[in-house]
Design a protein around this ligand. Structure first.
Ligand code: SF4
Length: 122
């Protein structure tokens, strides 16, 4: 699955998708950006699982945005293990407090999405 930004670079988006509000917000932001053709969400678990075709496909992306929910930076560290260059957004640094509440707040999703769009230049 790829998307086109009207002649601009194809951006691959990998979210930590962790089991917390910020982890799931990272996933939701990646999903929404993909639906809006602002990038293409891809499979972080494939990087963690060392699935060669998925790792190679990520390496071939023109641009990679990694969204982590918190400073533990699971997604960032996973990409670093494969030596994949990327830009990094960490959601607690964007002002969202981490919690175990998986009832996601729409205003926090929007805050995270705004931060991602700013990084991507939208
Ligand atoms: S970066 Fe934080 S929220 Fe995301 S998977 Fe790791 S510990 Fe969980």
């Amino acid at each position: 699955m790829e998307s086109c930004n009207c002649g601009g670079p194809i951006t691959m988006i990998l979210a930590c998708s962790g089991g917390s509000n910020v982890g799931q917000i990272s996933n939701e932001v990646a999903r929404r950006l993909t639906l809006e053709n602002k990038g293409a969400m891809f499979c972080l678990a494939g990087m963690g699982g060392d699935i060669a075709p998925l790792v190679e496909r990520t390496k071939s992306a023109e641009r990679v945005l990694v969204i982590d929910g918190c400073p533990v930076a699971c997604a960032k560290k996973t990409l670093e293990r494969h030596g994949i260059e990327h830009e990094w957004l960490e959601l607690t640094a964007a002002g969202i407090e981490k919690s175990a509440n998986l009832e996601l707040a729409e205003d926090e999703i929007q805050t995270a999405k705004d931060a991602a769009e700013e990084m991507l230049g939208f």
